[in-house]
Design a protein. Structure first.
Lengths: 264, 264
């Protein structure tokens, strides 16, 4: 995406981020389908050398260029969270896809200024697809402007979640109630589902148990594509959200879905 | 795949099939993410002009070349099922993925001789990936031999199914019991999950409610890659199977999974 409409210093960071994420593709792809050893983190989620190598690559590149910026990464944690600028990094969103050879995992990078994401990148190394959104600049897929479906109603909506296994029993009840209200629900996808929403292919993604690095990069992409992304109470997603996320193609679907959530 | 080890007339059909499936890619991709109208079939599953156009293209090509062959297709049904050679066609396996912009749908083609699949093709137009298996010739991914994981045990296995929504309540109980026995379960994928099994990335795919055109092309791919694909009682999948399918990376996993299925 051209960055001419952004403030010069943000434009420079945005160009740098896009270049660096492109370079990180080969770091991830080197390990894809090569049976990297799978380790288990404290939260019992899997991680591989691919996740760690990609995050290390991105951190090193960012801190070399912007040594006083903060960092919020999946694998190496937090640093300088009092900085004005903080980078959110999920090196491989969809590690469970990655370790099973499924190509729809992605690299997520966002820049936050004073806690608010100003740009976000969803990059899918295997397919070479990329979605970028920057504040006030719109959303682009492969360099072309894209937009959510503005007129879909809830009853015609396509609903996604990565897996039923991300929900508690109560949350599953909420998701099942939403399922009853839509045209179609599907599982799978991780960040790819949100990217499809930005592309006008999916209308609703409802998930729980997410971490800030899972959703911060999604916010500029979805909002700039004309969609809405909040927590389950309708509040904007921030570093401090509770991990329950709803993304919707338009305000009408968002409102209708929140009403169903509120009754459960 | 070179067809030099096959009987000449089968080799010729195999070459023809691979060429024709390549030609069919553009028929499908022309409609992908272009909001084709979604119609609903008698079984309430969705279908679009893309499904029908691809199947029509493949049928026309096959019947022009082999007018006395039989045909078993998803959209246009059965013809000449008393023929020695029958073609099984699923023009777009994963229509629900297709209509939501998800790229992991595929085109499945198999040739049956006297009811037994002699070769099968799993083609993924968007990613340009292809798996082919022909009797006695092994399995290839992108022209390179591939093999299932021969030594994975059930407790280390990665288990896939397209969606929990394909199961009856009793079948869901079986799937949940298998989930307890494996390392990881994931949803999503349609034919792509079986292709990942042939590639040595996934160890177990357990589904129900499938139609013959959903699984007949999978059998040569998986068997030639060193895997096993049967119904839930361990019988080979044929045109007359009940739609409950289990594919396993090796005999040990297959046996262990069937034991769990039998107790449920």
């Amino acid at each position: 995406m051209k960055s001419s409409g952004l403030e010069p210093q943000i434009a420079e960071m945005f160009d740098f981020a896009q270049t660096t994420v492109t370079q990180a593709r080969e770091v991830a792809l080197k390990w894809f389908r090569q049976a990297p050893e799978i380790m288990t983190k404290d939260d019992e989620s899997p991680v591989t050398i691919a996740d760690r190598s990609v995050e290390q690559f991105l951190r090193d590149a960012i801190l070399q260029r912007y040594p006083d910026h903060g960092m919020l990464g999946e694998e190496f944690g937090l640093s300088h969270l009092d900085a004005q600028y903080i980078w959110s990094i999920d090196p491989i969103d969809g590690t469970r896809s990655f370790i099973s050879g499924n190509p729809l995992w992605g690299c997520l990078v966002a820049l936050l200024r004073d806690g608010v994401p100003v740009f976000g990148i969803i990059d899918i190394p295997f397919t070479g697809e990329r979605w970028v959104g920057a504040h006030g600049q719109g959303c682009q897929y492969g360099g072309v402007a894209c937009r959510t479906r503005q007129s879909t109603r809830l009853e015609d909506a396509i609903l996604y979640a990565t897996s039923p296994d991300i929900f508690t029993q109560q949350e599953q009840g909420v998701f099942d109630a939403l399922t009853q209200a839509v045209y179609l629900r599907r599982f799978g996808g991780d960040c790819y589902s949100y990217a499809l929403l930005a592309l006008g292919q999916v209308d609703l993604v409802v998930e729980a148990g997410l971490q800030p690095y899972d959703y911060l990069a999604l916010r500029p992409v979805i909002e700039e594509a004309g969609g809405v992304i909040t927590d389950w109470t309708g509040q904007p997603v921030t570093m401090h959200s509770d991990g329950r996320v709803i993304a919707a193609a338009n305000l009408a679907i968002h409102r209708a879905a929140l009403e169903i959530i509120a009754t459960k």
